[in-house]
Write a new protein. Structure first.
Length: 258
């Protein structure tokens, strides 16, 4: 079933459509930094392009867009991901990787391309679904972990297996042309937004790094040295890049027993 936005998962633990953020009181057509409460952490976009992270920052900073409660207009520059698809994309059959997604027009570096949307699940339901899979099943469940300043980790699980958008057809690459950023609009449940990491030509396949390392933190020891028994469950990578790791990224945390 196609859905352009996240929906509540079967477990009903999280409702991504709930509006919990207060809105800004800006009465201008486009919000201004240091005046707008949504932009108190800094400007997110410049001419629809995501502003790059400062070189001295180790991690990407959080992105908060103006929301349904804001006084500003629909043309506000701080409303990008919520506007949805702006480019023509095509689902196509690849040679070795099953279905894939490609651009049908030029996409400039920094532009929002598409969201990875689906059912937003709680941890237990995400683990139940993953443990029920066989080696022949495709796994579309993504686990996004955000490290907060106080040391806590916020986890978001999105599964587009049954309900989702074109994002489910994106393949992994060890040298991708997209990177994922959690973008918040109406609540703390993020939209998993994919932005162009470089200029993308018409006809080029779109891909991102399933591990989330690209444009982000360095490899951890757990990811760098998967256990031998984990290798049996890992799937080969066919991205064809010069730095290909031979296997798709692997995270065993949802497979372990509590």
């Amino acid at each position: 079933q196609y859905s352009p936005d996240n929906v509540a998962g079967a477990d009903g633990d999280i409702d991504p459509t709930e509006i919990t953020f207060p809105g800004c009181s800006c009465l201008t057509s486009s919000c201004v930094v240091h005046v707008c409460s949504c932009l108190c952490r800094g400007e997110n976009y410049n001419s629809l392009c995501l502003k790059p992270t400062d070189k001295e920052e180790e991690y990407a900073r959080p992105v908060f867009e103006c929301n349904a409660m804001c006084q500003c207009g629909e043309s506000c520059q701080n409303r990008v991901v919520q506007r949805g698809l702006q480019f023509r994309l095509e689902v196509f059959k690849t040679e070795k990787k099953g279905w894939g997604l490609r651009a049908l027009e030029f996409i400039a570096k920094g532009r929002f391309v598409c969201e990875y949307a689906g059912e937003v699940l709680g941890f237990n339901e995400a683990r139940r679904r993953i443990q029920a899979q066989t080696s022949k099943d495709s796994n579309y469940i993504i686990a996004v972990r955000e490290h907060l300043h106080n040391g806590q980790i916020m986890e978001t699980f999105v599964d587009p297996t049954y309900i989702g958008n074109v994002g489910r057809f994106l393949n992994h690459s060890c040298e991708p042309n997209l990177f994922m950023v959690p973008v918040r609009v109406d609540s703390m449940v993020p939209k998993l937004a994919l932005f162009a990491a470089t200029d993308i030509s018409a006809g080029e396949e779109l891909s991102y790094d399933y591990s989330g390392r690209f444009h982000n933190s360095p490899i951890t020891n757990r990811e760098q040295k998967p256990l031998e028994e984990d290798n049996r469950l890992r799937k080969p990578c066919y991205c064809g890049s010069r730095t290909c790791a031979s296997f798709l990224p692997w995270d065993s945390s949802l497979f372990s027993t509590p």
